[in-house]
Design a protein around this ligand. Structure first.
Ligand SMILES: Cc1cc2nc3c(=O)[nH]c(=O)nc-3n(C[C@H](O)[C@H](O)[C@H](O)COP(=O)(O)OP(=O)(O)OC[C@H]3O[C@@H](n4cnc5c(N)ncnc54)[C@H](O)[C@@H]3O)c2cc1C
Length: 382
């Protein structure tokens, strides 16, 4: 159980603003209207600063750059909630974008070296390399010389981030994206894990338990004796609709489990497996699912102690704060995924969050209920 009034980092005014935003997010029609409006605003380069408050930017993003995130992340650290800075640039396409993203990711890693609010750094493979190249590699197609050169540059970027993470003594997490680029991504990441995770976890990967076969893959990685230390972030997966649509279009079976119950089963079994190897391997329980969090909390407490260095609970910035702050108050290691980036560029990220929230109605309802309870309890205690 979580303490429902546990929003110690927010003033009542901030709580009311969050409540209003989540109320708006509970209207899918309104979200669609805003998304259409955004396309217009983006196309005509309409300035967005006058109505930035309405976009949810400050609810889900901590700032426009690494430096401006300090206010939010240092405030959360007071309550023992740590952060990982997640650069919200979802649609990089050009080599110059990839280079620019690399610079910013390296900045987050260097920042982490000197600030214990940031024990992790994170990158999305598609932020530093072409989606199409990952896809081509996944399909086993040969590269032409230009593509080969681009592929080599992705390798160099990944190596630079890994080396920086090793020197900064932090963990570099690699996010998981669409399943059809993952085999290509793995060809680059697995050798880095084998090379760098010899004394501790430097590179951690993400496993999406909504994928059929993901549990077997996790078992296989755990049993792989060429991997010294394994670090995994366990998620259900964020691209279900897209995965299913693509499979339908191509006339292939969907890679995603057929039911939520199957995904839930795989997720729970992954937690069981992670716990069995927790003395050696790192596990980041990245979910908002209270049943799983409670289950893990209970077993970690019983088996190895809630503060065990290899168990982290992680939620997204601006979401499920009562869970994160209650866990931290109970002594668990907690990590908020903290997106940042210039407002205009972060809108695609915010859109994804808005769509996710409006389509997962139970999540928004729960968020609303908890915010209302927190405000009520403050009134009663005032
Ligand atoms: C800290 C953090 C980091 C994350 N990083 C990533 C990442 O790198 N890559 C990524 O893909 N996602 C990532 N996510 C998002 C995550 O995958 C989920 O989309 C999100 O957390 C909701 O799932 P849940 O476990 O919190 O909650 P729940 O509400 O219990 O589960 C919802 C999820 O269940 C699955 N699901 C829902 N309906 C069905 C169905 N009918 N059949 C099969 N499965 C179904 C979907 O994955 C859906 O998102 C991250 C989430 C967090 C909190």
């Amino acid at each position: 159980m979580f303490n429902t009034s546990h929003y110690p980092h927010k003033s009542s005014k901030e709580l009311r603003a969050s409540l209003l935003l989540f109320q708006l997010l509970s209207y899918p029609l309104l979200i669609r209207l805003v998304l259409t409006l955004w396309k217009f605003v983006h196309f005509f380069r309409v300035p967005i600063s006058p109505f930035i408050q309405l976009t949810g930017y400050y609810q889900f993003c901590a700032g426009k750059d690494v430096a401006s995130c300090h206010v939010a992340t240092s405030h959360m650290k007071v309550f023992n909630v740590k952060s990982v800075l997640d650069y919200a640039n979802e649609h990089a396409k050009k080599e110059s974008d990839f280079e620019q993203n690399l610079e910013i990711i390296l900045k987050t890693i260097h920042e982490a070296a000197n600030n214990d609010a940031y024990p992790f750094a994170v990158l999305k493979p598609s932020a530093i390399g072409s989606f199409l190249l990952y896809e081509k590699m996944s399909n086993g197609f040969a590269f032409n010389p230009i593509e080969l050169a681009s592929w080599e540059r992705i390798k160099i970027r990944l190596e630079a981030c890994t080396l920086a993470a090793a020197k900064s003594k932090i963990v570099l997490m690699i996010d998981a994206e669409e399943s059809w680029i993952q085999p290509g991504v793995d060809t680059l990441i697995l050798p880095l894990i084998k090379a760098y995770n010899k004394k501790r976890v430097v590179v951690a990967i993400t496993i999406q338990l909504y994928l059929k076969g993901a549990l077997d893959y996790f078992k296989q990685l755990t049993a792989d004796t060429t991997i010294y230390f394994l670090g995994v972030k366990l998620v259900r997966g964020a691209y279900m609709e897209k995965e299913r649509k693509r499979a339908q279009l191509l006339g292939i079976p969907s890679p995603v489990c057929d039911t939520k119950a199957q995904t839930d089963y795989q997720y729970r079994q992954a937690l069981v497996l992670a716990l069995e190897h927790i003395d050696r391997n790192l596990c980041i329980v990245a979910t908002h699912n209270e049943d799983d969090i409670n289950w893990m909390k209970h077993h970690v407490k019983k088996d190895v102690g809630i503060q065990h260095k290899n168990v982290w609970f992680s939620q997204l910035y601006g979401m499920r704060d009562y869970i994160s702050f209650s866990l931290a108050a109970a002594g668990a290691n907690v990590l908020k995924y903290v997106p940042f980036g210039p407002p205009r560029q972060s809108i695609p990220y915010l859109m994804r969050r808005a769509i996710e929230n409006s389509s997962v109605k139970s999540q928004t309802k729960k968020e609303l209920k908890m915010l209302k309870q927190a405000l009520e309890s403050r009134k009663t205690n005032a």
